[in-house]
Design a protein around this ligand. Structure first.
Ligand SMILES: *[C@@H]1O[C@H](CO)[C@@H](O)[C@H](O)[C@H]1NC(C)=O
Ligand SMILES: *[C@@H]1O[C@H](CO)[C@@H](O)[C@H](O)[C@H]1NC(C)=O
Ligand SMILES: *[C@@H]1O[C@H](CO)[C@@H](O)[C@H](O)[C@H]1NC(C)=O
Ligand SMILES: *[C@@H]1O[C@H](CO)[C@@H](O)[C@H](O)[C@H]1NC(C)=O
Length: 401
């Protein structure tokens, strides 16, 4: 992302935070759009209605609930990108479809078994997105949805800490505060999953996003080495010895090949050479110290179980259409019309990221790093498979054969 765009985006975010912290984010209404929206809404309503009746009928026929630790209903980790056949990668929509079909599970994939929104006791969303999963790209859409669906977007919570986990007291503060939010609020949290139930509170609707673990790490690497970061570092640690210029100039490829300490992804490590975000599963595992060891099977199993039992949707911006569809259908109170709005405004959304250049990571370097992220990949694929399953359950596509 270019510096200018980054800065102006941050300024905009800050404006929004300051001016409308607890209020609706305004969006100028345009009458032409409104008429178009109304027309679409009517069509949509009829479509949804037919669809709902249809799926309800089908739900009645089904009694079994397929659900284990793998999102595809397997009890272990047999289904991973590496093991899957080259032609039909299980971690694609089509691969998931083929897998479910060939194992006879397809008929048992129904929204009712995959819909955790039903268990929420609050009409409040906690969207605890991990760092570096491109959620910034969703902000314009959320702003539009806030007008469309009458929701508030809240960006700042009561707990400010750089710690990776919250203390008990901080957890309770944040939970109590969330419970007080106005009905119809989407709160973008910067915390790991919080156990509302164990503190005696009603559950909110939990949402999040994931991204390819190495893409996240690489994105973070280049952020850390950017000029802005250098300025921040100087401000934060004045007088401290600066890192040499080479540190900032080193590419990710060189960093891994040279075995530089910040590009060593040591199994089960808890402390890091530089503060980073390599533990995507941590955001889902929670605030227990057991969640911290890097790439640990325990943290990842916990995280999977949370996603399966607690999260309404864990999407990925790598699959915008599918994520928006699943959000729309499983959390309609907040995300109704999301795809339509996204399409309508995708030009302005795209323009913002036009300068996003993807840093090149050599295949052998990616492979080297990947070997140390086995469980993190397991978790990421789990989330994607579940997303595809939720999508397939909607039976929107007749052309998947
Ligand atoms: C950060 O975490 C450590 C260890 O869990 C704790 O001792 C410390 O008080 C925390 N700091 C803040 C500001 O919460
Ligand atoms: C991978 O993990 C092993 C064991 O923790 C470690 O020795 C190695 O340096 C790591 N490699 C990379 C590229 O992180
Ligand atoms: C997303 O959906 C739109 C509209 O249905 C379609 O034009 C577009 O090709 C889809 N994009 C992807 C990546 O599937
Ligand atoms: C999921 O549950 C929510 C809340 O009960 C409901 O509004 C939504 O329509 C359901 N979605 C699906 C696909 O069943």
């Amino acid at each position: 992302m270019s510096l200018g765009a980054d800065r102006s985006y941050k300024m905009k975010l800050r404006d929004v935070e300051n001016a409308f912290k607890y209020r609706r984010i305004p969006y100028p209404k345009r009458s032409v759009e409104l008429i178009a929206l109304l027309a679409i809404s009517c069509t949509f309503f009829l479509f949804m209605h037919t669809n709902k009746l249809n799926s309800r009928l089908k739900e009645m026929e089904v009694k079994l609930q397929p659900s284990e630790f793998s999102a595809l209903g397997l009890t272990s980790n047999h289904v991973s990108g590496h093991d899957a056949g080259k032609h039909d990668d299980i971690n694609t929509l089509h691969g998931t479809y083929q897998y479910l079909k060939s194992t006879g599970q397809l008929r048992r994939v129904r929204p009712i078994y995959l819909n955790n929104t039903r268990f929420a006791g609050l009409e409040v969303i906690v969207f605890n997105r991990p760092t570096r999963v491109c959620t910034e790209q969703m902000m314009p859409l959320l702003r539009q949805l806030s007008t469309m669906n009458d929701m508030n977007v809240v960006l700042n919570g009561p707990v400010r800490t750089m710690n990776r986990t919250r203390t008990e007291k901080q957890q309770e503060t944040e939970i109590a505060w969330t419970t007080e939010l106005e009905s119809g609020t989407l709160y973008i949290a910067h915390s790991n999953w919080l156990d509302f139930k164990s503190f005696g509170y009603k559950k909110p609707i939990y949402l999040s996003m994931v991204r390819d673990p190495i893409d996240r790490v690489v994105h973070d690497y280049y952020k850390r080495h950017s000029r802005t970061k250098r300025q921040i570092y100087r401000r934060m640690f004045p007088g401290q010895r600066e890192r040499p210029e080479e540190w900032y100039l080193q590419s990710f490829n060189q960093c891994v090949r040279n075995g530089s300490p910040e590009c060593q992804f040591i199994q089960h490590s808890v402390t890091d050479y530089v503060e980073d975000f390599k533990r995507q599963s941590l955001f889902f595992c929670g605030n227990h110290l057991n969640c911290l060891p890097f790439n640990s099977p325990h943290a990842v199993q916990e995280a999977k179980s949370r996603v399966e039992k607690e999260y309404s949707v864990v999407g990925t911006w790598e699959e915008k259409n599918i994520t928006l569809t699943v959000l729309e259908k499983y959390v309609p109170r907040f995300f109704n019309h999301a795809r339509f709005l996204y399409k309508l405004h995708s030009n302005s959304i795209r323009n913002r990221n036009r300068n996003n250049r993807k840093p090149r990571v050599d295949p052998d370097v990616r492979e080297m790093v990947r070997r140390n992220f086995t469980n993190e990949y397991e978790f990421y694929y789990f989330c994607k498979q579940r997303l595809y399953k939720q999508y397939l359950a909607l039976q929107l596509e007749d052309n998947l054969r």
